[in-house]
Design a protein. Structure first.
Length: 100
């Protein structure tokens, strides 16, 4: 893919979301190829999404996370798991600051 070409990352043979989730839980780093695959897949999903959403109250609006994964976990612990009764709207700035 384009990002792979830009950063020169070798393609990973298998994409394993469970492995990535475990790495995040353990605060371990991804291999470059895993990170590239994650970005590529996220881009594919986001391209299909509309850029304006109509939402209904009640909804919890979350501002900038700046890569603070444990703040996100704490927020979800306080507010409840996302679902029909508990909705969240994330405004952006997910990963631009943080431990890594």
């Amino acid at each position: 893919r384009m990002l792979s070409l830009v950063v020169g990352a070798p393609p990973e043979p298998d994409f394993d979301p469970a492995r990535l989730a475990e790495l995040f839980r353990k605060q371990e780093r991804l291999q470059l190829g895993e990170a590239v695959q994650l970005v590529d897949r996220a881009r594919d999903v986001l391209r299909k999404e509309p850029n304006v959403l109509a939402v209904e109250a009640p909804i919890t609006i979350v501002g900038d996370l700046h890569g603070q994964f444990y703040d996100l976990l704490h927020l979800l612990h306080l507010g409840g798991a996302p679902g029909r009764e508990t909705q969240y709207l994330f405004l952006g700035d997910y990963v631009d600051r943080g431990a890594w």
